[in-house]
Write a protein that binds this ligand. Sequence first.
Ligand code: SF4
Ligand code: SF4
Length: 531
Amino acid sequence: MNKPENNMSLTGDAPAAISTTQKIATAIGLVGLFIMVLSIANVEFPNKTLFLILSLGMITAGTVIFANDAYLGKHAGIKNDGVWFKSNTSRGFWAWIVGISLTLFYVILYWYPEYLGLREDGENTGIIALFDPLSRLISGHGASQWFVYGTLYTLAILIFGYKFILKYRHNKYEIYRTYSVMFFQLGFAFLIPEILMRFNQPYFNPANIWPLNYDFFAGYKMSEFFTAGNIGMMMFIFGIISIFVITPILTYKYGKRWYCSWVCGCGGLAETAGDPYRHLSDKSKFAWNVERWVIHSVLVFVVVMTIAVIYSYLMENPGGGWFTKDIFLWSSAGFLTLIFALIMIFKREQLAKDAKMGAIGYFAIIMSIIAINYFSGNYRIFFFDGHQLRAWYGFLIGAAFSGVIGVGFYPIFGNRVWCRFGCPMAAVLGMQQRLFSKFRITTNGGQCISCGNCSTYCEMGIDVRAYAQKGENIVRSSCVGCGICAAVCPRGVLKLENGSREDRINSEEVLLGNDVDLMTLVHQKSERTKD
Ligand code: SF4
Ligand code: SF4
């Protein structure tokens, strides 16, 4: 007798979670992870090198087998089947387990590294000792918790990058930019700094730019640069050029995507390991408002903290010739005033009312704090000591926000929580992208069938469909140019472009499907209305 069909849904049953091969692959990967857990529990392995290779190898093999089975046997094209049905990708039981495990890992990593086996006096134990052989091989030193983290982080970008490339293999843009983030993570963020340590040079990741790298101007870091001879000086100068020359030029030409989706390690992890969670981003207008206030507040915090830190450094090390703490302070105030004035004079019509109010408010507060403290002779230029401000920033933003919430909560809030709500680098690049860049996503509105794939898979919570339906260019500060909206669109509506800045923001082209004749009519009509 036939089994009765109880499912009334037109689309049939929910897709099976994972195949048998994928289950075996998951088990292999978990055994690899289990070796690490055993090492945390201080199980003594007879041969650390062998067990480290075994652990990393099994994690890699498990992911590769899983990815091959999930994508290679199928036609090229986006495969997001069943994301809203699987527990791990729909905020179900496994999502919480993954989220809580990641969060715990970050808490121990940042605040209790001794539980991972870090020993200040004597030989490391636990998982840190397991990584000692690899660390000695690359940097000549024993491992630290940051080496363990850096290795796992890099491995995650490489193996999930492989998975991502298979999934999006029909799309050249996605393939190239994934190779790019894999390259920058492995070479710039992992190997170069470790190899520099081998030669007793300062730890320096050339791809980590201030303000993301909030320690770049910290007193201890500047002392490291200035005492390391020519190479230290070159690093310092390269860091400054990255902030004031490379970043503005590349953002002008390509938008913030050159960094957020092609170079940055945070973006790299979000795009690869975080890819299964991209649809979880909040698309509401409320989230958009929170995003703008929070990310710009973090930016103000990092600017204030950096000014205070450099001011303290110059006060404690007054031998810098003409470049005294006072000259630094007033040139910083002058620079901020110049930026503020330029935006208000030339770009104010592109700012929403709350953005204008926010900018004026923040500017007034920073300037009055500088003035009050300076003229009252208080060396703590922002009421607090620069070192203290840096410590708070490191705790609140550098550790709690970017690590614990930013990655730990991937399975709950989506993969770009940090990039969207917290990263000050994204705030700087986003401002420039919105006001002074050639980048935009063009929309061929007439082709849009309103399926909503683009909005669903936009990790930054942008309602892409709302723009597409109107044939309006997407020029949003938060857009990281990942290109996924264009990749998942079944109608080829969206295109990431760098072009003339003329008419880049075209919010007038509403509901017309880019019909040129109709547009002419609208322009004539609006001219008549003005008359
Ligand atoms: S709008 Fe498109 S390119 Fe921009 S962040 Fe969203 S999905 Fe990525
Ligand atoms: S994915 Fe394409 S067709 Fe679907 S709503 Fe977005 S732009 Fe329109």
